[in-house]
Design a protein around this ligand. Structure first.
Ligand code: SF4
Length: 445
């Protein structure tokens, strides 16, 4: 069976892609939760936030009816604090370390409270930040994702004129193009980017791609410093027979299309297999189900103990009716008339620990065949190795090498975020952008 789009009614799409974590319905509901906070000394929740947001402080500001102060506390540490409140895996970050967990009580809903303050700030366009007078220094930032925007905002506040070069037609990077639509909408991402640039001193040049329309050498000549926040984006291939059949998609492209073309336009199979169990795999599987697939099976070569996604994410997939096939690795995709019909999986068992410390999967010699009409590859993303090498940047398999001052081997060129670490959370990229800006300011002085 071929892939089919427009499987559902407008109401069904609306329902399936509505906000998974709705905001507080009333101000009083937010106050009740904020007042549960113990305002811990040496608060563990702050230490678990990669951007070190002063969480007890912003919660206390909510309790004293000071939403502007609360939003400032959040956004001065994390300018994408609004988006992060929607997409951060808080169960393994701030909320996961809230002391209430030790008392077997629900943790403070930090993300929901963060959203309470930041959504207001963005919707009402509060001018929370001012720029210092211009220093006449100019910095080019490549990539308008979380790392690039965070770096640009810190620099602009210090009076640096920043020009951002973005290959897409909108800013936000992964937030705008690579996350399930029921977590954060493209409209919110656009509003957040506008809020960031409303500071002034940040110009974003869209549809400008490094290595195509923009060259690093030109940027080095024109600007006082360059920050690379180009992310990762190439889907890892499975390298198995049948990978080129119709109906085999990569998860990045699938999610990108959902976010840019509208739900009814996206073709989806009836029986879908998703390869991998990271956050992107979960987002692809749940959205395939929400687009109308009747069966979605996530194929993962290890066990639950080694899975890269959080248990909360796994539960979203299970609640959506996705099936998990543990200890199975794709071996071959079979097709008929050029269209996927089956996925053959090798059944695995755990062997010795690998370099990452996780048990490595070993083939048992047995196989299992799934009848499918769509296979979504979500086995990880790869850095832009060719781009990095062509620009003579020192790298480790495409991941840009930087020193403790975020500097690459090229003088005046700095880098951070996913293009350096290979892909972490949005909030890690925001912190990387802050670190990069700090290093650039020191360099310019
Ligand atoms: Fe409040 Fe929990 Fe943080 Fe303590 S750990 S300050 S209770 S949010």
């Amino acid at each position: 069976m071929a892939l089919v789009n427009n499987r559902l009614t407008a109401e069904q799409y609306g329902e399936n892609f509505s906000d998974i974590h709705p905001p507080f319905e009333t101000r009083d509901a937010a106050l009740v939760e904020a007042n549960r906070c113990l305002f811990c000394y040496d608060a563990p929740c702050i230490k678990s936030c990669p951007t070190s947001i002063d969480i007890p402080k912003f919660i206390r500001q909510i309790t004293t009816d000071n939403p502007k102060g609360s939003a400032y506390t959040i956004l001065s540490a994390n300018i994408l604090g609004g988006g992060c409140s929607k997409v951060c895996p808080v169960e393994k970050l701030c909320e996961g370390s809230c002391v209430y967990n030790l008392m077997d009580e629900p943790p403070i809903p930090i993300a929901k409270l963060q959203r309470f303050s930041t959504e207001k700030a963005i919707a009402e366009k509060w001018p929370l930040f001012q720029r210092k007078p211009s220093t006449t220094k100019r910095v080019a930032v490549v990539g308008a994702g979380p790392a690039g925007l965070s770096c640009a905002h810190v620099l602009s506040r210090e009076g640096i004129d920043v020009t951002v070069f973005e290959k897409e037609s909108k800013g936000g990077g992964l937030m705008t193009y690579g996350i399930a639509a029921y977590k954060v909408t493209p409209q919110f991402c656009e509003d957040e980017v506008n809020f960031i640039t409303s500071l002034g001193g940040i110009a974003i040049n869209y549809n400008q791609e490094l290595g195509k329309t923009v060259s690093l050498a030109d940027l080095q000549q024109t600007y006082d410093a360059v920050y690379l926040g180009v992310g990762v984006g190439l889907a890892r291939q499975l390298d198995i027979p049948g990978e080129n059949l119709n109906g085999v998609e990569d998860a990045i492209r699938f999610i990108y299309d959902i976010r840019t073309k509208g739900y009814p336009a996206i073709p989806v199979g009836d029986k879908v297999a998703v390869i991998g169990l990271g956050m992107t795999a979960i987002d692809a599987a749940t959205q395939a189900k929400r687009l109308g697939a009747s069966e979605v099976t996530i194929v993962y070569r290890r066990t639950q103990a080694e899975m890269p996604c959080t248990e909360t994410e796994l539960n979203i997939a299970k609640l959506d009716g996705c099936r998990i096939m543990w200890l199975a690795a794709p071996q071959e995709i079979i097709g008929e008339n050029g269209q996927v019909t089956q996925l053959i999986c090798s059944l695995m068992q755990l062997g010795e620990p690998d370099a990452s410390g996780r048990w490595s999967p070993v083939e048992t010699g047995e196989t299992m065949t799934l009848d499918v009409d769509m296979v979504i590859k979500a086995a990880g993303q790869m850095p832009f190795e060719a781009l990095v090498s062509e620009n003579h940047l020192e790298n480790r398999k495409g991941k840009i090498s930087i020193n403790d001052a975020c500097a690459t081997n090229l003088r005046g060129v700095f880098a951070g975020g996913d293009c350096v670490n290979g892909g972490k959370e949005v909030v890690d990229a925001v912190q990387a952008g802050k670190d990069g800006a700090k290093a650039i300011l020191k360099f310019l002085k």
